[in-house]
Design a protein around this ligand. Structure first.
Ligand code: NAP
Length: 288
């Protein structure tokens, strides 16, 4: 089976490499060309736009930043829709609006193609190690057919419902993660201000009820002053925005998410959008 892969950033590049390791042939495309050249040197075929990718593959995966990017790559000029054939499957693994996913699924269905929304959790580390959690929306039989593809990139792979359900579950995940980042930064800021050793606080908290993957992955980076992105702060901000939009459609209050959105906004306004989510600590440094 030949897989087309579009969007080779922090997540897409290692995910594509794991597909190649599992024996799939790849046709790849990315806006900047460096990751395309890297994969071509490992045996992948390079392509220049979405239509070219889909014409040369059986299944197409997209891993792009936001809803407008996925819409452009699939529905835009020279996009996937122009070259898609009946019976093909498009799997979008980006975190985007559930509403936009449903629109794209309808456009593909009109050409006889299937769509799965299959966003992931587990970060850059999970992408590199092939241990992502993958939450999938779409037809159950299409999901089952694509299982070997998912298993090459992830460990926990769950069909969660119809089109848009994967993105909905991912937004719930992102609310939990965002608030966890905020609470970690508040704990660290409080500890710093008292003069007690932050490293010791993290060590003991990590063995108790306050432990979390967020703390074990991000607190050591904060302690080292390492703000490089595993997950860009502006993408976390996008995810809270999407969760708040979904809550708005449901007339549902998510007060703590609203507050987190504003705190992340402070960090973004300070030019930290392309840093990792742990750079939220800088917003707290400004406030304290
Ligand atoms: P990223 O590093 O910014 O990668 C996005 C990639 O898409 C970049 O390589 C970019 O190319 C490419 N791209 C953008 N527009 C394009 C277009 N029109 N045509 C072709 N390529 C295009 O982001 P990421 O961290 O990999 O995240 C990707 C998605 O996964 C996002 O929806 C994010 O929310 C989600 N996610 C991320 C993580 C994480 O920990 N990083 C975890 C779970 C989910 P350029 O090189 O030109 O910028």
């Amino acid at each position: 089976m030949k897989i087309g892969f579009i969007g080779l950033g922090i997540m897409g590049l290692p995910m594509a490499k794991n597909l190649m390791k599992a024996g799939f042939s790849l046709v790849v495309h990315n806006r900047s060309r460096r990751p395309v050249e890297e994969l071509a040197s490992l045996g992948a075929q390079a392509a220049n736009f979405g239509r070219e990718v889909v014409q040369r593959s059986d299944v197409v995966i997209t891993m792009l930043p936001d809803s407008p990017d996925v819409r452009e790559v699939i529905l835009g000029k020279g996009g996937v829709l122009e070259g898609v054939r009946s019976g093909m499957t498009v799997i979008d693994m980006s975190t985007i609006s559930p509403r936009v996913t449903k629109e794209i699924a309808e456009a593909l269905a009109a050409k006889g193609a299937d769509m799965l929304d299959a966003p992931v959790s587990g970060g850059q580390k999970g992408a590199m190690e092939g241990t992502l959690s993958i939450m999938v929306g779409g037809k159950k039989e299409v999901f089952e057919r694509c299982m070997p593809i998912f298993k090459a990139m992830g460990r926990v792979v769950v069909h969660v419902g119809d089109h848009g359900a994967g993105e909905t579950v991912k937004l719930c995940n992102q609310v939990i993660c965002a608030l966890n980042i905020v609470s970690m930064c508040e704990g660290i800021t409080l500890c710093r201000k008292t003069g007690v050793d932050v490293g010791k606080m993290i060590e003991v908290v990590s063995g108790g009820l306050g432990a979390s993957n967020i703390i074990s992955n991000l607190a050591p980076k904060i302690l080292r002053g390492d703000m490089e992105p595993g997950f860009k702060l502006r993408l976390q901000q996008k995810d809270i925005r999407l969760a708040l939009q979904l809550a708005e459609e449901l007339k549902l209050p998510l007060p703590a998410s609203g507050l987190a959105h504003q705190i992340f906004r402070i960090a973004e306004a300070k030019g930290l959008g392309d840093k990792g989510t742990q750079a939220l600590i800088k917003a707290y440094e400004l406030l304290s």
